[in-house]
Design a protein around this ligand. Sequence first.
Ligand code: TRP
Length: 504
Amino acid sequence: MSPNREFWTSSKGFVLAMAGSAIGLGNIWRFSYIMGKYGGAAFILVYLAAIFLIGLPIMLCELSLGRASGKGPLEAMTELAPRRTTLSFLTAVALILGAAAFVFKGMYFHAGVAGFFALGALLFGWGFLGFTVTFLTPLMIAVFYSVVGGWIIIYTIVSPLGKIFRDPAASAELLGNIVTASGGKYWVTVAAASAFFLATALIVMAGVQKGIERFSKIFMPLIFILIIVIIVRVLTLPNAKEGLRFLFLPDFSKMTAEGVMAALGQAFFTLSLGSGVGIAYGSYLGRSSSLPKTAFTIVLLDTIASILAGLAIFPLLFSTGLSPEEGTSLVFKVLPIAFGKLPLSALWGTLFFFTLLLAALTSSISMLEGAVQGLMQKLYLPRGKAVLLLIIVLGPLVPLTAVSSANFANVPKLGQFFTETLKLRSESFFAILDNTTCLWLMPLAGLMTLLFVSYVWGNKKALEEMNCFNAFDWLFSKIWLFVVRFVSPVLVILAFLKGLGIFF
Ligand code: TRP
């Protein structure tokens, strides 16, 4: 372990920071619109299965990898085990077969991506998984996340005026200008997204403890309280029951193959998995805390946050006659109405958007942290320069994503390139980033992490890292041992096969 590594000041600080990474826009904005789109209760069941049977085991893998290596994801994958093994070779073979299947289906872009990963796995073995989870995935997410973060900045700024809560026309106008970037004023969105991205970078520049812990400790509890206030209000509205029915009475006929993949992707996104966060944060963790308890706490908090967000949003959505399939703008349509129904709406609204902004920041800093750690170690850069490099490389992508958040209308040439030349079906640049990371990169990296821990590094070693203190930890770890070997990988593979329309 290098001498100048920072440590979390306490195990509680670590839990809060991990929870800070997990709880963010994913729980409120993304969970609501994805769950709405794929049919409510049935989606939630698949999602919960994915959280507890796939997400939680993977989080434990990541935390123990991080703590064992004491370094970031880049090193963890290459230093704990031989760089190239039979399994990394088999992975390359599987990817080549996948690429061939894509060529056969005429999906040349997908074929290219699979081919790229196959080559990486052949040349760099497990190092390629490290590269993906350190740089590729989290940085792509950081770009589109900044766009949503920018929307939240704008909502925080206009909330004190209260107009969007009182006047539906004002709310609709703001939504058009900002979220769908369809009005003439999309420069506001560009500025806000860039501001969010820069703010994230500056906090990361300030360093782990000062930057991350302080924020998380103060503000995370507030978001729970605010959501509960909304729930109490909206549950008494007419037709609120319809929303509860949507959330809790499953209709499996709506559960398509796409929905299953979406649930899996949301599980990865909301727990910040398959993108190096657990490994990077785990590497800062001292020896004294028990991992099973820590991981369980984080997953539970995150799941409660999502379910509460659903309870706050869907009863109102149904009582106002909106459709659950509103897409990315769903919460921005519903929340202003919710606050409009509370006394002192401007106050509640401002507090809510401000806290959400902080929750979004504690998440977005975790996307950059692993990459910064990687750049510092590989290129021997000081922290400040590493962050600067990220700003220069990623910076231009943020405005581009902001103006093509709902469609390609503002950038038609780019749209033509993606939809006609590359034959991608995503409706916006934003959706391309979102789909590539959540539906492909994270689940694949998660699967590879499971296989790496079970069959390459060895899950006995992972178990030693976990520090089981009591009967709960012990029982939990025994179950984990079985689940990471036989249950989680099989489920991820089945979800992929279903998503690709193969077999069933
Ligand atoms: N989990 C966060 C949320 O729900 C988003 C997030 C933070 C994330 N870090 C990540 C998602 C890394 C994927 C990968 O808002």
